[in-house]
Design a binder for this molecule. Structure first.
Ligand code: AMP
Length: 433
């Protein structure tokens, strides 16, 4: 046998019945987001590499280590190839599209959501893949339209709480922080750099690197030996200026009013450079080490850094793979078997089976049509194995009389019924089962 070709490391096939859970999540997401007036946006998976360098940040792990990027073939010998990347996240693409299509000319705030694959060359483990799926939403617009308002942050968080509740995911935790803005953060970063100068060499190897490249990420370190050192570092919230402080207090005030529980985590910083002010994460205990279901925050300067107008915004990305895992740890979503298996008996009956299947389907019945070469016993066995609830026996006599033998495979009962009665019988047993 020839060598078998397998799915690429860190990627995986999503198979039925698991895809039922994915579909359940996606349809619930669409339903919930609609009530908050979010509309779907679809941007390309392939983008210019510089988009991520300028937004997510060159010094971040995502861009410096985890990107699938390559120089594309040049169109002419004299030209250089363009550097392309598979998107590692979707906010940058959405903001690029916002700018490219001058969406600030549209009235009010733009509320988008997306569902799609993202790519990061991370070390694969449970809950961490190289191709993974994110469900995200973004609110972008001019300040005049109110995009900076803390009410927008609170509404996004309330929407997420509603979504998780609607999905039946309980026991989540919302961790909230303010990471400051372009005015106060540089001052904090300098203080952090100064403090790290002496202690970084005694810290873990990752922190030694982060102290140089991205000191904010030191706060994220989980290595036990580093914790007492981190506790003594300057605190972000001591450096927030008055307007960031007021903004954050207002977000919390609204969350308290609408009853969304949260914890303040002063050490929460996110792995992407563009975040400003409100940053958040929802975690869930069922997930183990990779316990973040979703993360997000404000990105008030992102549009300008990508060549667009001032367009403050906020968004989040849910790890759909992890949402699926959380749901499967609890009740899970059951795949619905087909309603009717048609068993055509004898030569020439496939034609009649096809006609009958078409008619039943147009009445909302889920049908599997068997094959005329099957013996009745084999048809019934196949139908049972597939979990189908009814077998419909279709022979010459049935076609001529328009009366069909409908066998309930759960109870074993069989009755002769008219064609027009079948959809009702099937639906009645469905709602009572
Ligand atoms: P980020 O885009 O890094 O803010 O991540 C947002 C969410 O995406 C995380 O909370 C995870 O749930 C999910 N996520 C990030 N990276 C991965 C990955 N490699 N595999 C699976 N899920 C991921």
């Amino acid at each position: 046998m020839a060598n078998q070709i397998k799915a690429v490391r860190g990627t995986r096939d999503l198979l039925p019945p698991d895809t039922e859970t994915w579909n359940f999540i996606e349809s619930t997401v669409r339903d919930v987001f609609r009530f908050y007036n979010f509309q779907e946006i679809r941007t390309p998976i392939l983008e210019d590499l510089s988009l991520f360098q300028r937004s997510v940040g060159e010094e971040t792990d995502i861009v410096s280590k985890e990107m699938f990027a390559w120089e594309d073939r040049a169109r002419a010998q004299s030209e250089k190839g363009q550097w392309l990347a598979l998107r590692p996240e979707n906010t940058a693409g959405v903001v690029r599209a916002y700018i490219e299509h001058k969406m600030w000319e549209r009235p009010g705030l733009q509320r988008f959501y997306y569902i799609g694959p993202q790519f990061r060359r991370e070390r694969p483990q449970k809950g961490r893949y190289r191709q993974f799926y994110q469900i995200g939403a973004e609110v972008i617009g001019s300040s005049i339209a109110g995009s900076e308002s803390p009410a927008v942050d609170a509404e996004i968080l309330e929407m997420l709480a509603k979504l998780l509740d609607r999905l039946g995911i309980h026991g989540w935790k919302l961790k909230l922080n303010s990471v400051g803005c372009s005015e106060d953060r540089p001052i904090y970063l300098q203080a952090l750099r100064d403090a790290l100068k002496d202690v970084a060499p005694t810290m873990c190897i990752d922190c030694q690197r982060r102290a140089e490249t991205n000191p904010l990420r030191v706060l994220d370190c989980k290595v036990p030996e580093d914790q007492p050192i981190i506790e003594k570092l300057p605190k972000l919230d001591d450096y927030l200026n008055e307007s960031c402080r007021t903004h954050f207090a207002e977000v919390q005030k609204i969350l308290n009013a609408v009853g969304v529980p949260y914890e303040i985590d002063n050490r929460l910083v996110r792995g992407l450079d563009y975040y400003t002010r409100t940053a958040f994460e929802f975690t869930h205990g069922a997930l183990g080490a990779q316990n973040a279901i979703l993360g997000g925050g404000r990105y008030d300067g992102l549009s300008e850094s990508l060549g667009g107008p001032a367009a403050p915004g906020i968004g989040f990305a849910i790890g759909e793979d992890r949402l699926v895992m959380t749901l499967q740890e609890s009740a899970g979503v059951k795949a619905q078997p087909a309603d009717v298996y048609i068993a055509p008996l004898g030569a020439g009956m496939n034609v009649h089976a096809a006609k009958l299947a078409r008619e039943l389907r147009s009445h909302g019945v889920v049908v599997i049509a068997g094959d005329e070469s099957f013996k009745l016993k084999k048809s019934l066995e196949t139908a049972s194995k597939l979990g189908v609830r009814f077998a419909l026996i279709l022979g010459e006599n049935e076609v001529n009389s328009n009366q069909f033998a409908l066998k309930n495979l759960n109870t074993g009962e069989q009755a002769s019924v008219g064609k027009s009665e079948i959809p009702n019988i099937v639906k009645q047993t469905k709602s009572s089962s």
